[in-house]
Design a protein around this ligand. Structure first.
Ligand SMILES: *Cc1c(COP(=O)(O)O)cnc(C)c1O
Length: 365
């Protein structure tokens, strides 16, 4: 390993997860590759997902969709975070489908004078994106200058399978579809499910599932759906970093800024060449690294570019060796879920925050 830190991305795992999700949902699949494919690398992941059978790509930003087009990708792409003032004309020219969550956005898209491909976004109960109070007015719109490709919404609690809110959202979605049909608009595609719903709720699959986290081999919710492994998913990312220094220190040595912790015994500490600027959460307390078959805890505060771990007095580690920050946990390593728990967060945040200074390596390419 020559990099001081790197993220190894197993594209074969992503392909296997796409296959599994498509089979489970029994529908077409939109590979959600927003936020640099949850930190795994936008273009390599998009190409892998398409080869494995993904029919669509989904992104938050129009810029992300343009980057996919610039890489020569021709499958349909939907962008859903498209606030007023966005360059809708350029998006339409690049064959990027646009979410329409409000009258403002609809009017601006129509005003381009171009025939846009749109997916109408309805708020079915999450109270975030999509039409809510404007819906009756929107139904009175003139739809003749756009192509209504889809209607969609998003679950708030799909990971909590028995929550009534899921049934309510599904019912509200069906009602919105009926409202549209009543004004003569029948979208080709209806889509509602994220990863958690794709894995657990066939009745919400409609024509397309939009899967992000599960495609990367990670559980949508550790507490309610179990581990990635128990869901049959293969975690695709391994983050590892070099030990910059290895040093023997006596008991009671204060470690790091603020001297928040001290060594409890004579031991060997490792200085790991990664820090919060690379996405190691400063608040993570109960996490650590894996070296030579064992977990070594963080000691002291995480710094911007480095943090210290207690390798134990018997360690064989030397400077320049690498440690695993997280991976699929197969040998007892920390996982993205462990780091999420250790920082009062979730695997989604751990993966997407691995920073741009950490090169992504694709060993199976
Ligand atoms: C991010 C996102 C998804 C994917 O969610 P996962 O839980 O990662 O599967 C699907 N749809 C929308 C609208 C999203 O913003």
């Amino acid at each position: 390993m020559s990099n001081r830190a790197e993220a190894l991305i197993d594209l074969t795992a992503i392909a296997a997860n796409v296959n599994k999700l498509k089979a489970t949902a029994g529908t077409d699949l939109m590979a959600v590759v927003k936020a640099d494919a949850y930190g795994h690398g936008l273009v390599p992941v998009a190409k892998t997902a398409i080869s494995a059978g993904a029919n669509w790509l989904g992104v938050a930003l129009i810029e992300e969709a343009h980057a996919l087009r610039a890489a020569g990708i021709t499958v349909p792409i939907l962008a859903w975070l498209v606030p007023p003032g966005s360059d809708y004309a350029a998006a339409v020219d690049a064959q990027i489908d646009l979410a329409v969550p409000s009258l403002d956005v609809f009017k601006e898209i129509v005003a381009t004078g171009k025939r846009a491909r749109i997916h109408i976004e309805v708020d079915t109960g999450m109270t975030r994106g999509g039409f809510l109070e404007e819906w009756p007015d929107f139904l009175k719109s003139d739809f003749s200058n756009v192509e209504v490709v889809g209607i969609f919404s998003h679950f708030a609690r799909a990971d909590e399978v028995t929550e009534k809110q899921n049934q309510d959202q599904l019912a509200n979605f069906n009602k919105a579809i009926a409202d549209l049909a009543a004004v003569g608009v029948v979208p080709q595609l209806k889509h509602l499910s994220n990863s958690a719903a794709a894995l657990t709720n066939q009745s919400a699959a409609f024509d397309l599932v939009r899967t992000g986290i599960a495609m990367y081999g990670l559980t949508p919710d550790l507490e309610h759906l179990g581990t990635s492994k128990s869901l049959g998913l293969l975690a695709a990312m391994e983050v590892r970093a070099k030990l910059h220094l290895v040093k023997k220190v006596p008991a009671n040595s204060p470690v790091g800024y603020g001297a928040t912790e001290s060594t409890s015994r004579d031991t060997v500490l490792g200085v790991v060449a990664m820090g919060y600027a690379d996405g190691i959460p400063r608040v993570a307390k109960a996490a650590g690294v894996f070296f030579d078959g064992k977990r070594c805890p963080i000691i002291g505060r995480v710094s911007m570019d480095q943090f210290v771990v207690d390798l134990g007095p018997e360690t064989t580690a030397k400077a320049g060796d690498h440690v695993v920050i997280f991976n699929n946990g197969a040998a007892g390593e920390f996982t993205a879920e462990d780091w999420g728990l250790a920082s009062s967060s979730i695997n989604y945040e751990i993966n997407t925050r691995i920073g741009p200074r950490v090169p992504r390596i694709y060993p199976h390419e």
